[in-house]
Design a protein around this ligand. Structure first.
Ligand code: 4AD
Ligand code: MG
Length: 464
């Protein structure tokens, strides 16, 4: 290996922050071999741009270098010089080129545009492409921004469990976690599987949300947030659903629905602004190649207040709308993606927060309004994506919550500790969940959520 001290990232070299003579290492995004001189585009993931490496014919192993193709791993030692070319300010004049890992001739990534469908079939290589490098860097910056936002406000990060026995959404679409032998599970007298003899002594699942545990923490520590993987076993084959996605869930004690919406608005604006600031090259790429409106849209969102309307107002707007909906609209129905997008794209042309949904279409834990028909729910809807945030003020009255759990066909015994919180120092409290991938999708303009997470998990696909 080269002396690590002198190894620099491409990012440092391009920014002029490296020595006059440096070592860089990475993979070739392309190799052009002209008469004598070779031009290598060396990429190490540290920045959107690669580093142009110029290799003269008098190099000792020039023949070996002249045979290098896209995808090879190399280490180059050389001199950083001003580039005579148009495309880059600096380039590296190679003094030595070490071939660290050659590449077979059937390397599937060539210097041409591949479809995202094709790239999904080579998940082990697609992170080397422009688009997926940019996605990983934007995700990284957004993740940093999430923590910075909450830390600046004194929120404590709480690690919610991934394996759980409770259904946080009461919707039943959970993946089972079991250590039983599926061929011969222990059975009760009536022939059903005896889950009490499973690993946890009861049925267990992958969590759909860390909310219930976040509530426990908020009612002890005031302001908290989780940021972890969550799982949904719903069979939704859409461009905005994953079976495994990352969710950020703040929870605040002594906070009502309005405070909750204010936080969600400030949160999204903070993350968008931070990514625009820290990933300008990647964002420029998304604007150039994926969706030309993406940067302007983010700036517009950062600069304008979110519209706030009630569900009932939303239904009136949709009933009056001059649009053909596949799913008919009337008070009481769940808003479909086409309705959410109409509201955000056509009606207000920026994010809109819809509140006070019918109790029957929302989860059991939401605070019941005095009308007994609606709950203090809020969804943030954005153009192109629809729902990006879902949250609520929580039901903190023991009697109402017990009743609501029953009305949802759930059993209060399963939620005994959740109900306990309403007996021991209960306070109004609120929180929301924001899907990290939907945020990244919105920021980058990527059409399919499978292309904003390195390793998507969707029905029928868990390769890589
Ligand atoms: O609206 P959801 O289901 O709300 C909850 O899980 C609450 N427990 C959150 C809370 O109040 N703490 O999910 C929240 C957000 C959605 O708005 C969406 O952005 C994202 O999570 N989401 C998904 N993202 C990708 N794939 C899926 N299948 C998703 N389901 C929800
Ligand atoms: Mg929701």
């Amino acid at each position: 290996m080269a002396e690590q001290g002198s190894v620099r990232s491409v990012r440092e070299v391009l920014a002029g922050r490296a020595e006059a003579e440096v070592t860089v290492q990475g993979w070739l995004r392309s190799a052009r071999h002209g008469k004598g001189v070779s031009f290598l585009d060396l990429y190490d993931g540290s920045s959107f741009d690669g580093l142009q490496v110029v290799v003269d014919p008098d190099l000792e192993n020039h023949a070996e270098v002249a045979a290098l193709g896209t995808g090879a791993a190399v280490r180059v030692h050389g001199e950083v010089v001003d580039s005579p070319g148009q495309n880059q300010p600096l380039e590296l004049r190679a003094k030595t080129v070490t071939v660290v890992g050659g590449v077979d001739s059937d390397y599937p990534l060539q210097k041409k545009r591949h479809s995202f469908e094709f790239l999904r079939t080579i998940g082990h290589l697609r992170l080397r492409t422009n688009t997926f490098g940019a996605i990983v860097r934007v995700r990284n910056a957004a993740s940093q921004a999430v923590h910075a936002f909450f830390q600046e406000r004194g929120f404590l990060q709480v690690h919610a469990p991934i394996i759980t026995a409770s259904d946080a959404e009461g919707a039943g679409d959970m993946f089972r976690v079991s250590a039983l032998d599926p061929e011969k599970p222990p059975r009760a007298a009536d022939g059903t599987v005896d889950w009490s003899r499973d690993f946890f002594g009861k049925p267990a699942f992958l969590t759909v949300s860390g909310q219930l545990e976040a509530e426990i923490a908020a009612l002890a520590l005031s302001n908290v947030y989780t940021f972890g993987p969550t799982f949904r076993a719903e069979n939704s084959n859409t461009a905005r659903h994953l079976a495994e996605f990352w969710m950020i869930e703040p929870e605040m004690a002594f906070c009502d629905l309005t405070g909750n919406i204010d936080l969600a608005e400030a949160f999204l604006k903070h993350v968008f602004a931070a990514v625009l600031e820290s990933c300008p090259d990647d964002m420029e790429f998304f604007a150039k190649r994926i969706d030309e409106t993406v940067i302007d849209t983010l700036r517009h969102v950062i600069d304008s207040p979110f519209e706030r309307i009630t569900y009932s107002e939303a239904i009136e707007i949709l009933e009056r709308a001059d649009a053909e909906f596949e799913f008919p609209v009337k008070w009481g129905v769940n808003l479909q993606s086409e309705h959410e997008r109409y509201l955000a794209e056509q009606h207000v042309r920026r994010p809109v927060v819809v509140t006070d949904y019918p109790a029957d279409i929302k989860a059991f834990y939401m605070y019941l309004n005095d009308d007994e028909k609606t709950v203090r729910a809020m969804d943030v809807l954005v153009p192109r994506i629809g729902e990006i945030v879902g949250g609520s003020q929580r039901e903190d009255r023991l009697d109402v919550l017990t009743r609501r759990i029953g009305e949802h066909g759930l059993s209060p015994e399963d939620y005994w500790w959740y109900l306990d919180l309403r007996r021991y120092g209960s306070t109004p409290h609120s929180g929301f969940g924001v899907g990290f991938e939907r945020v990244v999708q919105f920021m980058t303009g990527m059409a399919n959520i499978r292309d904003v997470i390195p390793f998507p998990r969707v029905p029928g696909a868990a390769e890589f």
